[in-house]
Write a new protein. Structure first.
Length: 370
C-alpha cells in the first residue's frame, strides 16, 4: 500500500478533528476521536466512513480541471457501490462551480443514489459563500439529503438566476415549460424567442431520449444500470444567457456508429469518409461530434426521431438577431464555436471520457433586451 504524504496525513488529522468536535458537542461523554468515530458509525449502522475531496474548480472544459473533476467523480462512483458507508464530500477548497461541470456532477450524484439508495452523505461546506449557495440553489444539497437552512432571497445575483429541471422522456414537463417561458421573456421579441427555445430544448430532449441509452454506459461493465434521464440548467448573468443539457448515456460518438435498424443507406460510408482526415489531427470522438453537426441529416428516416445536432443548430440559427456560441462535450471529444457559422470552431481531444454528453448554448442578449 502506498504511504500517505505529509500533506495527506495533515488533511486526515483535520478531518478527524472536525468530526470529533462536531460529535462531541452533541455527546458530552465522548472522550476521544476514536470513540467519536465509533459512535457515529453505530448511530448510522455504518461499516465505513469515506471522505472525498471535491476539486477547487468545477470546470469540465479545461483539460487540467476536467481531469481533477473526473478523478473526483470516479472516487464517488467507486465508494458509493459499497453498502453501509457514509460519504463525506469535502467542498472546503472549492471556489468556483461552472454550469456544465455542476450539471454533470448533479447528474452523476442522482445516478449514484438511484443505484444505491442506502447511501448516506454529509458535506464539509466550502469556504466560498457562493459555492455553498450554488449547491443549495441547484438542488444538490437536497439530493444528498443535506437539510441546511438557507435564505435564497439573500443569494448573490449570479446564483439566484440558476434554474434546473430534468426528465426521463421527450415530453415537456411543467418545470421545463416554465424555464422556456422565462427564457423567452428575457428578450424583446418574447413570443418568437419562446417558440425558438422550445424547439431547441425539445430537440435536445428528444435526442437524449432516443439515442443516449441504446447501450450500457460503460463498455467494461455491461450490467451497470443507467437512470436514463436528461438534466438541464439555465442561467442569465450580465446579459449572457447560458443553457446546458446533459445525459449520462453512450455519448454522441458511440450512438453515431451504432448499427441499428433503419439506418439511412450509405450513412456509414459518408461518416467514414468525413472523419478520415479529421482523425489525423484530432481524436475520433471529436471528429465524430463535428460529423454529427455538419453531415446534416439524421441517421434514420424514422419520423418520430430527433434530427440530431444539425437540427438543434438550425433552430438556434432561426432565433432573431441571435449571437449564439455552442459547446458540445461528449465522451473523449469536444467541439466549440463562438458563432453558428463554425468558421471559428475548434475541436478539443480529451484523455478522459465523461461517458455522456453535455451541450451548452450561450446567447449574448444585450442588444435584444428591453
Amino acid at each position: 500500500m502506498k504511504k500517505l504524504s505529509l500533506k495527506q496525513k495533515q488533511y486526515l488529522r483535520r478531518i478527524t478533528d472536525y468530526r470529533f468536535n462536531a460529535f462531541k458537542k452533541k455527546n458530552k461523554r465522548i472522550e476521544n476521536k476514536k470513540e467519536a468515530n465509533k459512535a457515529l458509525m453505530k448511530k448510522y449502522g455504518l461499516k465505513e466512513m469515506i471522505t472525498i475531496v471535491a476539486p477547487e474548480h468545477f470546470n469540465i472544459v479545461s483539460r487540467n480541471t476536467r481531469s481533477e473533476l473526473l478523478k473526483f467523480i470516479t472516487k464517488l462512483r467507486m465508494h458509493c457501490k459499497k453498502q453501509s458507508v457514509l460519504v463525506y464530500i469535502d467542498f472546503t477548497k472549492t471556489i468556483k462551480m461552472g454550469a456544465e461541470a455542476t450539471l454533470y456532477f448533479l447528474a452523476e450524484i442522482e445516478t449514484i443514489i438511484y443505484k444505491n439508495n442506502k447511501l448516506k452523505f454529509k458535506i464539509h461546506n466550502s469556504r466560498n459563500t457562493i459555492v455553498n449557495q450554488v449547491l443549495y440553489q441547484t438542488g444538490i444539497l437536497r439530493l444528498l439529503s443535506i437539510r441546511t437552512p438557507m435564505d435564497s432571497s439573500s443569494f448573490d445575483e449570479s446564483v439566484k438566476c440558476w434554474a434546473y429541471t430534468s426528465g426521463s422522456n421527450s415530453e415537456v414537463n411543467s418545470e421545463t415549460k416554465e424555464i422556456v417561458l422565462d427564457l423567452g421573456k428575457l428578450f424583446t421579441d418574447s413570443t418568437q424567442y419562446t417558440r425558438g427555445w422550445f424547439k431547441v430544448i425539445t430537440e435536445a430532449m428528444t435526442n437524449s431520449h432516443h439515442h443516449a441509452y441504446l447501450e450500457p454506459r460503460f463498455l467494461d461493465n455491461p450490467a451497470d444500470t443507467s437512470l436514463k434521464k436528461w438534466w438541464l440548467f439555465s442561467k442569465e448573468v450580465d446579459g449572457v444567457l447560458t443553457v446546458c443539457i446533459c445525459d449520462l448515456g453512450v455519448g454522441i460518438p458511440r450512438s453515431l456508429k451504432e448499427n441499428t435498424k433503419n439506418v439511412t443507406p450509405g450513412w456509414f460510408d459518408t461518416l467514414k469518409n468525413y472523419v478520415k482526415e479529421l482523425r489525423k489531427k484530432y481524436n475520433e470522438d471529436s471528429a465524430l461530434i463535428k460529423a454529427a453537426i455538419e453531415i446534416g441529416k439524421t441517421r434514420t428516416n424514422l419520423p418520430n426521431r430527433g434530427k440530431g445536432l444539425s437540427q438543434i443548430i438550425h433552430e438556434l440559427n432561426r432565433l432573431p438577431n441571435a449571437n449564439v456560441s455552442v459547446s458540445i462535450l461528449s465522451n473523449n471529444g469536444g467541439f466549440m464555436s463562438k458563432s453558428l457559422n463554425f468558421t471559428d470552431s475548434i475541436l478539443i481531444p480529451f484523455n478522459e471520457s465523461i461517458h455522456g454528453t453535455i451541450i451548452t448554448w450561450q446567447v449574448q442578449m444585450s442588444p435584444n433586451v428591453d
